[in-house]
Write a protein of this length. Structure first.
Length: 211
């Protein structure tokens, strides 16, 4: 575990600094105020929850997560999931594909391909590589873990549609930015792109000019 640095105080300080040198950031801050900090757990359970909740509504994901976790202990690790049959996991609501992803996660954690305890000490790039080595965990999942579990300050998740649309609206981009365009937009907000990603989500949800 490491100290979580993407706190509410840090977010506000970083956005104030960005607003002082970027008129677009200043406009967004004036329009919708500060976004709220979001902090998640570090560890195996978070990755399992990501896999279980993929492509589901928030409500459906919560229901199936609760069913799956009822099959194991609250602090379950890979060995606990190995003792649960595929049939029981299907009964809890997991598809065959997600069962495969869950088994892959257990195996990669067990064999050290994904060393969860080592992630806090890795660079952003190396942590993304380690996480995406797990079948079923892509770059977006890695970015979410780095932002919300590790509190990394300069993550720019352009794979997230709401971030792209929100960022595009903040800078007055015509239309919906592509991932490449969003990468270019975000360059002006280094080294605090995580705070601006939070702002982009916040702006997407709350700005009056978002269609």
């Amino acid at each position: 575990m490491t100290d979580f640095t993407l706190s509410q105080t840090a977010i506000e300080q970083q956005l104030d600094e960005l607003a002082g040198r970027c008129r677009h950031a200043a406009h967004a801050l004036d329009a919708v105020g500060y976004p709220a900090a979001r902090q998640g757990e570090q560890g195996f359970r978070t990755f399992m929850r990501v896999i279980v909740g993929q492509q589901l509504s928030v409500k459906a994901a919560a229901t199936i997560r609760a069913r799956v976790e009822a099959l194991v202990s609250e602090d379950a690790g890979p060995d606990d999931y190995d003792r649960v049959s595929d049939e029981d996991l299907r009964g809890a609501g997991l598809s065959r594909q997600k069962i495969g992803y869950a088994r892959s996660l257990c195996q990669t954690v067990r064999d050290g391909t994904l060393d969860v305890a080592a992630l806090p000490g890795m660079s952003d790039e190396d942590a993304v590589k380690a996480i995406t080595a797990v079948k079923g965990l892509g770059v977006w999942s890695a970015h979410m873990y780095l932002m919300f579990s590790l509190g990394r300050p300069d993550i720019w998740p352009v794979g997230d549609l709401a971030v792209r649309v929100g960022a595009g609206k903040i800078v007055g981009h015509a239309g919906r930015p592509t991932e490449k365009e969003a990468e270019a937009i975000g360059e002006r907000w280094r080294p605090y792109r995580s705070s601006m990603a939070l702002m982009a989500w916040h702006y997407y949800s709350n700005a009056p000019d978002i269609a």
